[in-house]
Design a protein. Structure first.
Length: 338
């Protein structure tokens, strides 16, 4: 049996887990190639602690090569184009052929899509943004803080609520008088988790005197006037603005014809297979419909979160390993985490 090449695009949680599991399962005659544009991996769940000063940059970053098993070929370059017909991916400097492809490129953050924005606002959704916000919070003298979910969907469903609470706590510890407001287009916190959990989160916000504003769809930011506009709502003045930026699927997935109209890659929710042979996608880049739990006739979308990417990566790796080894794949993503 000739050696096969499994090409993994993206070195986040999903991509790293998939590559490591494949390397564990497959003999060395088969190549595992991981393409990741960043030489250093930043652990996104810790961005909130970076924001509050409870973690340092050194504590939440690692050389991405140190996170990969020996025998994984690391390509520290950006993937530029996917040629599905010829089973080839173009990077910054080379063309990589594959027998199996795993797309784990995550979601892009589209700050420029926020109406009225001329410069990047504060956010805790990026490494640099969390550092900048940390410095601002340490010198903030008080007033109104607006935390705004600018568009749906976004990754990590609990992040806006946790972020708002951590900001309120950080300012309170400094003795700063501030009123934190959380705005979202959603009708409740984390609607995919159901009304009971949503009510519990609302109570947690209220305990920290955080004003929760559901069903607020952002229409514009007037940075000169420190004012937010919402569809059908009164304008809102702020002293400090923190945004959860719009998310979109990566450009190369859209250009390759892998993505749906919304920019995400549809996959089988059990196998993570795309409509293209031997091409899988997992993690934040995917669009996965799940049965309605609270209203059975209304399907839900699987949230974008690392817990799902991890379990999906294990399932995909085991399916590919079985295929390469001439076996029938049986591993599935059973919805771990939802």
């Amino acid at each position: 049996m000739s050696g096969k090449t499994v090409l993994v695009l993206g070195g986040g949680v999903g991509g790293l887990v998939a590559a490591n599991e494949l390397r564990r399962l497959l003999p060395r005659e088969h190549r595992i190639v991981l393409v990741e544009k960043n030489a250093r991996h930043a652990f996104a769940p810790s961005f909130l602690w970076l924001m509050t000063g409870d973690r340092t940059p050194e504590q939440i970053t690692r050389d991405v090569r140190a996170l990969a098993r020996p025998g994984i070929e690391m390509v520290i370059e950006s993937a530029r184009a996917i040629d599905l017909a010829n089973r080839r991916v173009e990077t910054d400097a080379q063309a990589l052929n594959y027998d199996y492809l795993i797309v784990a490129l995550g979601a892009e953050l589209a700050f420029e899509a926020i109406p009225g924005v001329s410069e990047t606002p504060h956010t805790f959704f990026t490494f640099d943004g969390a550092l900048k916000l940390r410095d601002t919070l340490q010198t903030f003298r008080g007033g109104t803080v607006a935390v705004v979910v600018t568009a749906l969907p976004y990754k990590c469903p609990g992040a806006p609520h946790e972020g708002a609470m951590l900001i309120a706590d950080a300012l309170a510890r400094r003795g700063v008088r501030a009123q934190v407001h959380l705005f979202t287009p959603e009708s409740q916190p984390m609607p995919v988790a159901g009304p009971a959990l949503g009510e519990g989160v609302k109570q947690m916000l209220a305990q920290q005197n955080i004003a929760f504003h559901p069903s607020h769809k952002l229409t514009t930011i007037n940075a000169d006037q420190n004012e937010l506009g919402f569809e059908g709502k009164e304008p809102f003045k702020y002293d400090l603005l923190v945004v959860i930026p719009p998310h979109r699927g990566p450009r190369i997935a859209r250009e390759a014809g892998l993505a749906n109209d919304a920019g995400w890659i549809p996959v089988d929710r059990a196998t993570l297979a795309t409509k293209h042979e031997n091409v899988y996608a997992l993690g934040d880049v995917t669009a996965i419909s799940i049965p309605g739990r609270w209203k059975p006739d209304v399907p839900l979308n699987l949230p974008k979160a690392g817990v799902f990417a991890h379990a999906q990566a294990e399932a995909v790796a085991r399916r590919i390993a079985a295929q390469v080894n001439g076996q029938s794949p049986t591993a599935t993503f059973a919805g771990d985490g939802y």
